[in-house]
Design a protein. Structure first.
Length: 77
């Protein structure tokens, strides 16, 4: 069976695409993952629960933080 040059190129392109689509993630290759649980950690509302220092915090920021992850915007907008 003989293949033409365009058929070989198409075959190579298809194999490369399949290898790219089926490759494992880089973190799985290293044996690492972000969290061991399927759930992400969620912090309580307020500036005391934050890991980074707060530079400026007003009432709108407080209301937004307390309402997260609600779909409605805070009432102070």
């Amino acid at each position: 069976m003989t293949f033409t040059r365009p058929a070989l190129a198409l075959l190579a392109l298809g194999l490369a695409g399949a290898a790219y689509a089926l490759r494992p993630h880089a973190a799985q290759l290293r044996g690492q993952s972000g969290t061991k649980s399927p759930y992400q950690p969620v912090r309580n509302a307020g500036t005391k629960e934050m890991t980074l220092p707060v530079r400026h915090w007003d009432l709108a920021d407080e209301m937004s933080d307390e309402s997260f992850p609600a779909s409605d915007p805070p009432s102070t907008y």
